[in-house]
Design a protein around this ligand. Structure first.
Ligand SMILES: [Zn+2]
Length: 356
């Protein structure tokens, strides 16, 4: 993978004998000019400053960042007050990636970042790690950083209510829908996501169909589904089994967490949402704002929920980015004992995949 490499830059790299040809390159013009001397205005002045450059270097050999962090280390120029246009060079190893002109850590590992300016080159080793869990903790990581799970095998208590619920302003909710609630952090990030989507696509037709659902509300949805099948002449056992195909039992819906939002651009939830501009944008970009497509098409055997391109779940940017880059669903991500697949298979023997 290579990011637009102009001929000039290619020449520079060849000249610099950069061995690793799979570097990809990102230009960042650093506008900082220090004002300790009076700088004459105009082009001539700038090229005069450029020509003064004698070297660039990093003041350390290596740096450690966490997955989700932005890499911010900048080289030092000699002389220090020179205006320099830097070209960054990353290895195509999936550890660091480029997002909006910034270098973002997306995967654990060791890598090298190179930077060139004119005839000068410097590099720094970068080590990327996951943020450590709080010390002396006996809880597994599933309880931290918004990774709490509610699914067919992890039932939330009936009195579980998220602490930071807020009412969603009506302008974000589908017209004529009742008042909806969601966790504050989740909503703040959703607003950021929405602004970015609107600016990229130039559209303004996304709305929320569902967000937080209380245990009582989920009971009501499930019981309504059961009653519907009983009204069609099914026995109560049959009706309960059929209701499970489309609805979660109370405590087993992720919507009780307050970190989940169902969105739509046409008031429907359907599988083709991912083929609309909004759905496609969401699939490619949601992780940048900390959201995952919680029930991907190719993970139905593990989630036991049908593909839902409209159902996004907030987990925080570094977990979301990891899951996106590595194509793992939440069940796989928190599956420290490797038993998620086994449990899902056992459940699948008696239950078809459902919806949430
Ligand atoms: Zn949903």
């Amino acid at each position: 993978m290579k990011i637009k490499l102009s001929e000039d830059k290619y020449m520079n790299i060849t000249k610099l004998k950069v061995q690793r040809v799979i570097f990809y390159v990102l230009s960042i013009t650093m506008a900082a000019v220090v004002c300790t001397q009076s700088i004459p205005s105009g082009r001539a002045a700038i090229s005069k400053l450029d020509s003064k450059l004698q070297d660039i270097y990093f003041d350390k050999r290596n740096v450690m960042v966490y997955v989700g962090d932005t890499f911010e280390e900048k080289p030092i120029s000699v002389p220090k007050n020179t205006k320099v246009s830097y070209t960054w060079e990353l290895l195509d190893d999936g550890i660091l990636t480029v997002d909006n002109g910034s270098i973002v850590a997306v995967n654990e590992g060791e890598t090298t970042v190179g930077v060139s300016a004119g005839d000068f080159y410097a590099e720094i080793d970068v080590s990327v790690k996951y943020k450590p869990l709080p010390p002396n903790s006996s809880l597994p990581p599933v309880y931290y950083e918004n990774l709490m799970i509610a699914n067919y095998r992890n039932q939330l208590p009936s009195d579980y209510v998220p602490e930071d619920l807020i009412q969603i302003p009506a302008e974000y909710v589908a017209a004529n829908y009742s008042t909806l609630y969601v966790g504050k952090e989740t909503f703040d990030k959703y607003k950021e996501l929405l602004r970015a989507m609107q600016s990229d696509l130039g559209t303004n037709n996304m709305h929320i169909l569902s967000a937080y659902r209380s245990y009582a509300r989920q009971s009501e949805l499930y019981n309504n589904a059961v009653q519907g099948y009983i009204a069609q002449g099914k026995s109560s056992t049959e009706a309960r089994a059929l209701a499970l195909n489309t609805t979660q039992t109370p405590g087993n819906s992720e919507h009780q967490l307050g970190t989940t939002i169902d969105v739509s651009n046409d008031y429907n939830t359907d599988h083709n949402f991912n083929q609309t501009p909004e759905g496609a944008w969401l699939a490619e970009n949601a992780h940048k704002y900390g959201f995952i497509i919680r029930y991907p098409a190719d993970k139905e055997e593990l989630t036991r929920i049908e593909y839902e391109p409209w159902h996004i779940r907030y987990v925080g940017i570094y977990h979301a980015t990891y899951m996106y880059v590595n194509n793992v669903c939440l069940e796989e991500y928190i599956d420290l004992q490797g038993e998620a697949a086994e449990a899902a298979n056992a459940y699948a023997e008696t239950h078809p995949a459902s919806y949430d």
